[in-house]
Design a protein. Structure first.
Lengths: 123, 107
């Protein structure tokens, strides 16, 4: 069974840092591109970041570029998001998500999601 | 960035109704579109990928259609468990972008 289990959310002051982790199981983690998506309270879903299967190709939304850093450890089946210089507008539930499950070697949208972890940026 | 315009933003419907939700892309995204259902406090669940392919395990009352810039999600006969918020997602180019969501409520 595919599982993505997140940890690391919580309350942080503006300007502070937080590191989210996502532990993957039930599939060959190193075969899949992985993503982070967030959802501010009562709002819609927003793509945040992605990393290629071998970790060589990270990408970010403009709103977090230069402040967030995505990484992965394929030996430990773990995805991470280092969030620095946090702002109140970064307050959201953060999900890690796998892109896959549609075959044919084409780009696939997210098929599995974590349970989400709340990050609150407030003084 | 590709803008995804989803409509309506909300709708009220009864059990058994046929419901259609539309997403329009600001540029051609071929069939790189997925549909998701989200219930309060839960992670989204994929219903449709490649614009019209039904995710395994999803009831056949859900269907997707479209290509290019216009896409629809149809629920042929709404069931009590279908009351939720639905989102489209384009994954043709980065940044991947979602529609703003459609909340389906009980009439």
């Amino acid at each position: 069974e595919v599982q993505l289990v997140e940890s690391g959310g919580g309350l942080v002051q503006p300007g502070g840092s937080l590191r989210l982790s996502c532990a993957a199981s039930g599939f060959t983690f190193s075969d899949y591109w992985m993503h982070w998506v967030r959802q501010a309270p009562g709002k819609g879903l927003v793509w945040v970041s992605r990393i290629s299967s071998d970790g060589s190709s990270p990408a970010y939304a403009d709103s977090v570029k230069g402040r967030f850093s995505v990484s992965r450890d394929n030996a430990k089946d773990t995805l991470s998001l280092q969030m620095n210089s946090l702002r109140p507008e970064d307050t959201a539930v953060y999900y890690c998500a796998r892109a896959g499950g549609c075959g044919g070697g084409r780009s696939c949208p997210f098929d599995y999601w974590s349970q989400g972890t709340l990050v609150t940026v407030s003084s | 960035d590709i803008q995804m315009t989803q409509s309506p933003s909300s709708l009220s419907a009864s059990v058994g109704d046929r419901v259609t939700i539309t997403c329009r892309a600001s540029q051609d995204i071929r069939d790189y579109l997925g549909w998701y259902q989200q219930k309060p406090g839960k992670a989204p669940k994929r219903l449709i990928y490649a614009a019209s392919s039904l995710q395994s395990g999803v009831p056949s009352r859900f269907s997707g259609s479209g290509s290019g810039t216009e896409f629809t999600l149809t629920v042929s006969s709404l069931q009590p468990e279908d009351f939720a918020t639905y989102y489209c997602l384009q994954h043709n180019s980065y940044p991947w972008t979602f529609g703003q969501g459609t909340k389906v409520e009980i009439k």
